[in-house]
Structures are given as structure tokens and as C-alpha cells.
Design a protein around this ligand. Structure first.
Ligand code: ATP
Ligand code: MG
Length: 670
């Protein structure tokens, strides 16, 4: 893209410190390489003719009703148009065309309910249900362009609901089923939705947990008058309050609906969904994605990153309420006609081996999950997965945060038998699909690094003046060329879109994440720019210090923040969760002092004295969003003795009380 003269908004010079030097590499197994779908020439093809490369992917992976003739139109930058004169339908691509190709009996979804019920859904089943649901939505007056909010647990119906919306050209906005009535209300109001699809409840930790009451409450709130109907899936059978005329049972609506439905063919740039970001740093933004480019990159990355084969059984553990669930549960895997797992519940219900049991049962071959889950499994011990046959696994993936090298090595050794490639995939709600990652079967992987842009994607790490940093340097991650699955804006707020992503470095997309390049030019993500600490003029990011702490035997999890300090400007404050017996040791003042000293020395030794935490606070839990990301801004409030800020997107609101109460008794404060 054209890069206008660069401006600097932040005068202070220099990028971020590069502290951690991880040198282990793991080339893929020769047998894996020999059988891989793609080789390194994929990178050459993409760089020889980037737009031609994307046009080829769009033609090969997607079925178009009207073929496109234009690839990228950047004339309204920073809002891109991809494949704009083509028409298609996302649900047709995800379902019908596989049935037409004779693969109707192929399993699309193995569903595992938390209470132990299971269900096998073929592409033919999916086609019938999606067509019925599309007819049902139309019968309720939902048409092309109308917004539908989906507030459901992880059910087959959730996938069907999303696809039914896509089929009629009604953009969906999935709101995570764990969010409160108020979070739901504000999203319904912002999207001006005409329909809400929900369930009576879902199973969570062995008990039915109601959902419908939150919808009822949300709809009494401001800005929700646009909602005409609520469609309710019966999952738990629990008693459910009913508003006659507004509420409709899903099964009733589908039962009377026809199994034939002609997809509504839409332009490539027709909105497919709005999704609110997870809210780690502040007020969630309604990220808008459209159809053709998004679908192309979701399908393409799902295929190349994981080296997808026809007989793979794929399991992405993300909830459909997150972008990962959109791209790697719904649109990527189904567009590729694959088989996948959908699990309703939590990893420890009814026991801590539940995931591994599911992998053994369905011979899962690709597992895609988040570092927070991996650290939890590490905490639970190697003996849990050791009880199951995990030999079907051939590729492992990670997403959501930087994966600490320690957790990466554990994932590979204990889950991957020391042989499976691990793909650490960096991307965002805004990017729509994977952007930076090793490719299974091609890249020699490095624990903790997302490494290289996907073929067809252009990224760089720049300093404050937007100059690329040299190898070994740290700075800010930017995307330097438009990409097919990029957001087309923030719903209803073009100015906020331009301000948030395009004003920091003109002509470059600013991701908001710190990053560095190692000596080979590989990219390492360092944490969010909002979380950078400035200690005596050194700009330190969170990831490396946290990884150094996690690499110590006694630490299960760690989060670091900068707190104002009279002498150094800011000081590093670390919050750590200790492993079992060490937590007991730290319960006495002497024990705690000893542990703190050990951890400080360890950080100094691993990455240098400048990164040594000034204070170490031993805590029982860390505040996380519902997608498992640590909310450091809340910890900063604690470290600076302020009232804790907005915590509405926190998974468990009581965690902050737990943390402050523990510290209030005098523990940890030095
Ligand atoms: P908000 O933007 O509202 O604060 P969020 O950024 O947490 O929410 P997401 O879009 O779900 O919402 O998360 C994207 C962010 O997650 C990235 O910008 C990055 O900080 C982090 N991330 C995702 N994958 C990786 C990865 N593999 N390595 C490092 N960081 C990652
Ligand atoms: Mg973000």
C-alpha cells in the first residue's frame, strides 16, 4: 500500500527492550515434511505476486455464484474491498457444496455435551438444519442486512444459527454466553439487533445454568426496542419465563420450516458478522467483517497453517463467542469440509482428563487451544494426560497470548510426544484470521515465537518513527499491506476505526502489540503496548518477564505490571501463582521472603537485572477475561493502590476481591 510521509506521535525514542534469548529450535520431522500439503515455495509464490496469490486462493477455496474480476480495491483506505464484484454465500460454502459434491455423509461435527450426551452431525444433517433455521428466521421477519444477536452455549444449534444468518444475509453478532445481561444489552443496542437467539440454559461444571433470564433482563434495558423476537433453544429443559408474542421455541420454529432454502447470494463485501473484542484493554469495539475476503483467509489459513488433510479430526477449543470460534470452529473448518469436535463444557468436568478423553475417543489429530489452558494442565500435572492415548495428535496450535517457552515445551513433550509441530498463531478479532505463525511441516519452530507472516501477509516491527527495527531490536507490530480478512471498520464508527488502528503510524495498521525480531528476523510478540513499563528509561514489555517467572519451578502463572515509583519512574510489580506445596511455604512471612528473593534472582539471571521485579505479590488467582487473557490493567490498579477499574469483562468478578483481600492482610506488600 502507499505509505504517506511518516509522523511520530510519541516523541520518546527507542523501541522495546529485547531481554529473552531463547535458542531452541525444532525442525519438523522429515516424514511430516514429506507428507505435507505445502512446501517453502508457498512463500515465494505469495511474494512474487501477492494479489494474484490471494485471487488464486479465493478461486480455489471458495465457490462463487458470480466470479470476481477485481482482487483488491484500496481506494477508500483504510477500508478495503476484496473480490468486490463477486457474489457468494458463506453458508453455501460451509455446507451445501459439500453435500452436492457427494460428501453428505461425512461427519461435520462430533458434539460432546458436558453431561456426557453426544451427537454426530453430518454435512447432510447440517444442510437440513441450516435451511430450516434460515426459513424460520425469514418467517420471523429477519431479512438481508438485519442484525441477529446470538447468545448461546457451545451447541450444534449455535453453529446452525450462525450459518442460518449467513444464509439469509443477516449479519450475526455472537455474544459470549458467559457475559452479563448488561454486556448483552449494550451489544444488542450497539448493533440495533432485530432478533436474539438464546437457550433456556447450558451445562456448566455439571449443573444447568440459565441463560434466558439474562436476555429477558437485557431486553428491559435502554436501546433494545429494535428486538422483535427471541428464539430459544431448549437445552437443559429448565423452567423458563416466557413473553408471549415475542419468544419462540427454536424446535417449534424449525419443525414447521421447510428443508429447502435458496441461499441469499450476497456481494463479497456484504457484512457477515460484527464481533465485539474481548475487552482486555478497555471498551469493546464492534469489529465488522464482510464475506468474501474473510472466508477466503479463514479457509486458507485453516488449511495451510495446520497442514489440513481430508481425514483430520480438528478441535479448536475456543468458544464461538470469540473470533477464534468464528474462524476455526465455524467458517474455516466447515468451508474446508472437515470433521471437528464441539465440546460444551469446562476442561475439568466431570474430571481433569475430560479433554484427553475426548481426544482419545474421536482420534483428534489437530488440537488448537490457548496458553491459559496449557498452563492450567501443567498445574494439574503430567499424570492426567498420561492416562489417555493421545497418539492420534499430529499438530498442536496455540492462540490468544504469547505462549511462555516453558508451557510450549510442556505442550510439545507431554501432549505432543515430543514430535508434533506447534503452531503459535498471532492474530486478532480485527485481523479475522491467522496472520503470523509457523506453518506445520515447513517452519523449524521456536518455543515462544509466532515467527513469520503467513504467505500473502506483510508484517513488520517498527520503532517510534515507523522505521523497521533491525534484527535483535524491539518495537511495535504493524501490518504493512491490506489483507483479505481485515476488519472493514468498527460498527457505526469510522472515525474510531481510523483513530485506533491507522493514526499511530500513517499508512500502517497498528496492532497495539509490542514485538521484537530475533537474529533470524523471526517475530516474537512481547505483550500489549498499553502494558509496557518504563523503568529508568528502559521500556519493558510484559511477556518476557512473565516467561522468566513461569520458567521457575515454583511458579504456575505470572503477570507483571508497572507501578509508579519515585526513583525509577515505574517499577516492575509481579503477581504470581505458586504451585501446590510452594504456596504453603510462602504462607509464612519468612517463607514468602525466601520465595520472593529466589524469584527476583531468577529473573535477573534469566533476562537481566533491569527486569527484576521490585515487588512480588503471591496471589491465589489472576484476573482473566472470559477468553482466558490476563487483564493487567486491573492488577495495575492494585499495584498502585487504586480502586479497581471496569471489570465487566472479567470471567470471575470475585477474583479481584480474592486478590485484594489476600494482599490486604499484609502479605506480599513490601
Ligand atoms: P481488546 O482489543 O478489546 O482489548 P483483545 O485484544 O483481548 O481485546 P482479541 O482480539 O481476542 O481481543 O485478542 C487479540 C490479542 O491477543 C492480540 O492483539 C494479542 O495481544 C493477543 N494474542 C493473540 N494471539 C497471540 C499470540 N499467538 N501471541 C501473542 N499474543 C497473542
Ligand atoms: Mg485487541
Amino acid at each position: 500500500m502507499e505509505v504517506p510521509p511518516l509522523t511520530t506521535q510519541q516523541p520518546e525514542a527507542g523501541g522495546l527492550e529485547n531481554l529473552l534469548h531463547e535458542t531452541r529450535t525444532f525442525p519438523p520431522d522429515p516424514a511430516f515434511v514429506a507428507a505435507a500439503n505445502y512446501g517453502p515455495s508457498l512463500y515465494d509464490d505469495a511474494s512474487a505476486d501477492r494479489l494474484g496469490f490471494w485471487a488464486k486462493q479465493a478461486r480455489e477455496l471458495i465457490s462463487w455464484r458470480t466470479p470476481f474480476t477485481q482482487t483488491l480495491d484500496w481506494s477508500d483506505a483504510p477500508v478495503a474491498r476484496w473480490f468486490a464484484d463477486g457474489t457468494l454465500n458463506a453458508a453455501y460454502n460451509a455446507v451445501d457444496r459439500h453435500v452436492e459434491a457427494g460428501r453428505g455423509d461425512h461427519v461435520a461435527i462430533h458434539f460432546e455435551g458436558e453431561p456426557g450426551d453426544s451427537r454426530t452431525v453430518t454435512y447432510a444433517d447440517l444442510q437440513r438444519d441450516v435451511a430450516r433455521a434460515a426459513n424460520a428466521l425469514a418467517a420471523l421477519g429477519v431479512g438481508k442486512g438485519d442484525r441477529v444477536v446470538i447468545y448461546l452455549p457451545m451447541l450444534v444449534e449455535s453453529v446452525v444459527a450462525m450459518l442460518a444468518c449467513a444464509r439469509i444475509g443477516a449479519p450475526h453478532s455472537v455474544v459470549f454466553g458467559g457475559f452479563s445481561a448488561d454486556a448483552l444489552r449494550s451489544r444488542i443496542a450497539d448493533a440495533e439487533a432485530s432478533l436474539v437467539i438464546t437457550a433456556d440454559g447450558g451445562y456448566r461444571r455439571g449443573v444447568p445454568s440459565a441463560l434466558k433470564p439474562a436476555v429477558d433482563e437485557a431486553l428491559t434495558g435502554e436501546g433494545t426496542e429494535t428486538v422483535k423476537h427471541v428464539l430459544v433453544v431448549r437445552r437443559t429443559g429448565q423452567e423458563t419465563a416466557w413473553t408471549e408474542g415475542r419468544d419462540v421455541w427454536w424446535h417449534d420454529a424449525l419443525e414447521s420450516a421447510d428443508t429447502f432454502h435458496e441461499p441469499v447470494w450476497v456481494d463479497a463485501e456484504h457484512p457477515l458478522f460484527i464481533l465485539y473484542t474481548s475487552g482486555t484493554t478497555g471498551k469493546p469495539k464492534g469489529i465488522l467483517h464482510t464475506t468474501g475476503g474473510y472466508l477466503t483467509q479463514a479457509a486458507y489459513t485453516h488449511r495451510v497453517v495446520f497442514d489440513l488433510k481430508d481425514d483430520d479430526v480438528f478441535w479448536c477449543t475456543a468458544d464461538i463467542g470469540w473470533v477464534t470460534g468464528h474462524s476455526y470452529v465455524v467458517y474455516g473448518p466447515l468451508t474446508n469440509g472437515g470433521t471437528q469436535i464441539l465440546y460444551e463444557g469446562t476442561p475439568d468436568t466431570p474430571h481433569r482428563g475430560r479433554w484427553w478423553e475426548i481426544i482419545e475417543k474421536h482420534k483428534v489429530s489437530i488440537l488448537y487451544t490457548a496458553p491459559t489452558a496449557i498452563r492450567t494442565f501443567m498445574k494439574w500435572g503430567d499424570d492426567v494426560p498420561a492416562q489417555y492415548d493421545l497418539t492420534s495428535l499430529r499438530v498442536l496450535g496455540s492462540v490468544g497470548e504469547s505462549i511462555n517457552p516453558e508451557a510450549w515445551i510442556w505442550y510439545r513433550r507431554v501432549i505432543g510426544r515430543d514430535t508434533t509441530p506447534i503452531v503459535d498463531t498471532w492474530w486478532q478479532t480485527e485481523t479475522g484470521a491467522i496472520m503470523i505463525t509457523p506453518l506445520a511441516g515447513i517452519t523449524a519452530t521456536k518455543p515462544g515465537s509466532a515467527q513469520v507472516p503467513v504467505p500473502g501477509i506483510s508484517a513488520d516491527v517498527v520503532d517510534d518513527e515507523a522505521h523497521p527495527v533491525p534484527n535483535g531490536g524491539g518495537g511495535y507490530l504493524v501490518l504493512t499491506e491490506p489483507w483479505p480478512a481485515m476488519l472493514r471498520g468498527i460498527w457505526g464508527d469510522r472515525q474510531r476505526y481510523e483513530d485506533t488502528y491507522w493514526s499511530r503510524f500513517r499508512g500502517l495498521y497498528f496492532a497495539g502489540d509490542g514485538a521484537k525480531k530475533d537474529e533470524d528476523g523471526d517475530i516474537w510478540l512481547l505483550g500489549r503496548v498499553d502494558d509496557v513499563m518504563n523503568v529508568s528509561g528502559h521500556r519493558l514489555s510484559t511477556t518476557e518477564i512473565e516467561s522468566a517467572l513461569v520458567s521457575h519451578d515454583v511458579v504456575a502463572e505470572a503477570a507483571v505490571v508497572g507501578a509508579s515509583d519515585d526513583t525509577t519512574g515505574q517499577a516492575v510489580v509481579a503477581f504470581v501463582i505458586l504451585l501446590g506445596e510452594h504456596a504453603e511455604r510462602a504462607a509464612t512471612p519468612e517463607g514468602r521472603t525466601a520465595v520472593e528473593a529466589e524469584l527476583r534472582d531468577h529473573v535477573a539471571k534469566e533476562i537481566g537485572p533491569i527486569a527484576k521485579p521490585k515487588r512480588i505479590l503471591v496471589v491465589p488467582e489472576l484476573p482473566k477475561t472470559r477468553s482466558g487473557k490476563i487483564m493487567r490493567r486491573l492488577l495495575r490498579d492494585v499495584a498502585e493502590n487504586r480502586a479497581v477499574g471496569d471489570s465487566t469483562t472479567l470471567a470471575d468478578a470475585s477474583v479481584m476481591d480474592l486478590i485484594t483481600a489476600g494482599l490486604g492482610t499484609g502479605s506480599g506488600r513490601s
